[in-house]
Design a protein around this ligand. Sequence first.
Ligand code: PLP
Length: 401
Amino acid sequence: MQRTQKSEFGHSNDVIAGWRRAVGAALDLGAKTPFYLFCPNSVADRLGQLDALDFGRPVRHWYSCKTQPLAAQLRWWNRTGRGAEVVSEAEFHLAAGCGFDTDRLLVNGPAKYRWLPEISRSRLRVNFDSPTELRELLPVAIRDHWRLGIRLRTPEEFDPGAPELPTQFGFEPSEAVSAIRLLRKQGLEPETLHFHLRTNIVNADCHARALASVVEMCQAARFCPKYLDIGGGLPPPHTRAKDGSSLAARFRLTAWAAILRRTWDTLPGVQELWLENGRFLLAGSGALCIRILDAKRRGDLRQLIADGGRSLHALVSLWEDHALLPLVPLGGRRIKTAVYGPTCMAFDQLALRPMSQGIHPGDCLVWLDAGAYHLPWETRFSHPHAEIWWDEGDTIRCERR
Ligand SMILES: Cc1ncc(COP(=O)(O)O)c(C=O)c1O
């Protein structure tokens, strides 16, 4: 019974105990707070969860490099034989340096004509993002026999702050039809139709609506892609919105797979489904360890000031709540507690919630699910970057001092 019991944010007691053990082991090896600790085990579990679904087509997973640009994790992923999706020159070099060959590199993202021609390779896989990009990159695409894709902006992609406005990514449907015709005039046929809705998609119906617009555009262009690349966006388990609701509660993986299965009736030529999930696969692979430096009491609020926090290490805490645990389990009464990082910003608040009154300066806290969009959004505001530790198999080692 003890093994499957759920506690903080739906994590099992086993998972929590595992992180406490690994963070403690890193400290014993000399890790200095604040530090991140990453471990690939949960990535393998999440991949297994997706691979158990019936999509009606083989699935290819691409590592979303932007979500966790960490060489050790990329090398682990590379050993599974899968590919990496990159959106910048820096990510391209990182993935190539970790051993991904041309066949397992997928180049995405806007305005890549600024850097891609210099490092182009024969038979590279590139998803075009705009008519300008297509015009600029077409000679290189022809010269190097690129394998091409078109990113479509579906009506499901809008500015979260102003839903009446579209996002800036991809081709509008009529532009996509013209792009496919232009490519055909050059004797080229795109292989891939790509879209990416957004991150933390609330439920799978968004995909049904987006896929309807994909089908419409494909019919207008008399185009049937070989690969349908639906990007990422699945919400990770164990993280919550600021209103306390689970980000993943309404996303049903089986309903999502059924929506994709139905798509093949209208796009029968699709041979593979491509996924680029970052957050879902990687969030659970990281933890951030910080140490309490000071404590204050303001009325009924206890304020804990730590050596790490939102501004430096966990920007996602602006819109997400994660499990935040004392390294050593503490019982006792929970009191209203705010945990801050060390920077001179009131903004630097990692969490506000009831926590054990037994936490004191000198104690370590562990922020879980720090594997997605923590490293790419870390800052050096008054302080240097945190250490990075890597836990794989029986070894824990420092990846960045
Ligand atoms: C093209 C593309 N693919 C995949 C991802 C990964 O998204 P997520 O981490 O929400 O799965 C992103 C994120 O911005 C993206 O832009």
